[in-house]
Every structure is written in C-alpha cells, then in structure tokens.
Write a protein that binds this ligand. Structure first.
Ligand SMILES: Nc1nc2c(ncn2[C@@H]2O[C@H](COP(=O)(O)OP(=O)(O)O)[C@@H](O)[C@H]2O)c(=O)[nH]1
Ligand SMILES: [Mg+2]
Length: 260
C-alpha cells in the first residue's frame, strides 16, 4: 500500500519547508511508502522558489499553476493526479499546508482506512480532539456551521464537515472521478466549499466515513487565513440547494449516473 499526500499550497512560504520535513519524518519513522503531491496555486510570496529546493527529491512531485485558480481547481488537480498514480488499495491524504495540520496523525488515519473506512476524517470533536489558537469568532462560526451541516447533510454521527485533513481509500476516489467526471468538484468558484462537496459526493456513493481525533493547531499558523467568508457562505448556501433540489439534485442524481 502506498500513500499519496496532496497539499494545496497558496503563499505558504513560511510553512511549507517545515511541513515537508515533518511529513518525511513521520513517513520514514512509520516505514510508509509515499509521494507528496504539492499543488502550488500561483504563489507569489517565494513559496514556488522554496518548492524548487525540494523538486529533485524522489518523494515529492510538484504541480504548478501559473495563475491563482483557487482551492477548488487546486484540489481537483491534486486528486486527479493522485488517483491516476494510485492503485485501488492505496490511500490519498489531503492536509492544509499552513502548519495547522500536523502530519503525526497520518498513521491513525491510515489505521482507520485499514480498519474498513473509505474516508477517515481528522476531527476536532471526538474525545482526544480539539483546537488550539483559534480566535473566538472563528471558533463559534465553525461550531455553528458544523451544527448546521449535521442538519442539512446528515452522515451518520459525523460532526466534522469543514476540516480538510482526511485520508481517502484511492478506490473510492477513482470511482467517484469515473462517475462524476469534472463534476466531482463542481463548485470550483467557491473556494473552501469543495472540501465538503467531496465528502458529500463520496457519501452519496456509499463511502463509509469515520472520525479520528485530532487537534487543530491554529497557534502554529504563520501568515493570514485565505478563507473568504462571503464567498464560502454563498457557496454553502448554493450547495444545500443543489444537494436537496427535488428535480435532479445531487441526492437523487446518483442512481441516474450509476445506470448510465
Ligand atoms: N491552491 C490554493 N490553495 C489555497 C487557496 N487558498 C487557500 N489555499 C490553501 O488551502 C489550505 C487552507 O487555507 P488556510 O489559509 O489554511 O485556511 P484556514 O485554515 O481555514 O485558515 C492551505 O493549505 C492554503 O495554502 C487558493 O486560492 N489556492
Ligand atoms: Mg488551514
């Protein structure tokens, strides 16, 4: 089994070097066979130059966008690249490149996949999970959003909808890309919304989801958050409609896609 680690990267000059070093340390310590797929989304702060230092390393591959295309297109490119390389039994892991998602959780996420999960979600909410360094406004907005999503998109006992740190069974991602095609990530214009869209679309295909406790280290973030609240909120609102739309929403269209 091999793991493909997808990193969406936009202006993370201070964070990217330590993160790549930490990923390497965890993978070597646990004797994991891995490749890191860095998707540099038109960074302008020196991140691209920093990545060049790593470009010749065997365990790192770099996809570069000449222009900033946003998180949706970046994740699409990273996941398509990983799924093209991966065998069915491999695992795709995606984490933020801002220093807040520590690679030390990779072994626990892999264990969850080995135990039968199709998607293992690093979650702040089970016992042992948490968050450090998040401002109180951001903390409350995130809490309220995750509660609202439990009502809008019930997925068993899942409580963590917005954190992008997850491991995916490659077979499921390949199936989803075959079935949904370019619509696996459809709401590309809405940045961070793609994180939840992927989860919903996999769940609609029957993916088994499990949460693994993790602590979000917002105190370790250097640089500004790239979350744009207005765009993200609009994207979520559109997603609720598209999911539940009675005449052909995502929820109903899966059986049609399957029968094609
Ligand atoms: N490729 C790409 N990545 C982005 C963009 N905006 C944010 N990211 C990346 O997406 C991840 C999440 O962004 P981040 O600033 O950490 O958001 P926060 O954790 O919610 O504050 C980080 O790895 C960013 O580098 C973008 O426009 N393009
Ligand atoms: Mg982050």
């Amino acid at each position: 089994m091999k793991i493909y680690i997808v990193l969406p990267i936009y202006n993370e000059v201070e964070n990217i070097g330590p993160l790549l070093d930490a990923i390497r340390a965890v993978c070597r310590e646990n004797e994991l066979s891995y490749t890191v797929i860095c998707v540099d989304d038109g960074s302008t702060d020196g991140t691209s130059e920093k990545l060049k230092d790593y470009a010749s390393a065997e365990d790192i591959s770099i996809i570069s966008h000449r222009r900033n295309r946003g998180l949706g297109e970046t994740i699409r490119d990273g996941f398509e690249a990983a799924s093209d390389l991966a065998e069915d039994e491999d695992v795709i892991i995606r984490l933020d490149a801002d220093g807040t998602h520590e690679p030390k959780y990779i072994p626990a996420l892999l264990e969850a996949i080995k135990g039968g999960a199709d998607v293992a979600i690093a979650s702040r909410f089970p016992s042992g999970g948490g968050e450090i360094g998040l401002g109180s406004d951001r903390k409350w907005i995130s809490r309220i959003a995750n509660h609202a999503f439990r009502i809008c998109f019930p997925m068993g006992g899942i409580r963590e909808f917005t954190c992008g740190y997850r491991a995916y069974r490659a077979k499921c991602v390949k199936e989803a890309l075959n079935l949904y095609g370019n619509r696996f990530i459809q709401l590309k214009e809405f940045g961070f919304v793609c994180t939840l869209e992927k989860l919903l679309k996999l769940r609609l295909l029957g993916a088994k989801l499990i949460e693994v406790p993790f602590v979000l280290r917002y105190d370790m973030k250097r640089g500004e958050s790239k979350l744009v609240f207005s765009v993200t909120t609009l994207g979520y609102a559109i997603m609720v409609v598209m999911y539940h739309w009675p005449w052909g929403g995502w929820k109903r269209s899966v059986s049609k896609l399957r029968s094609r």
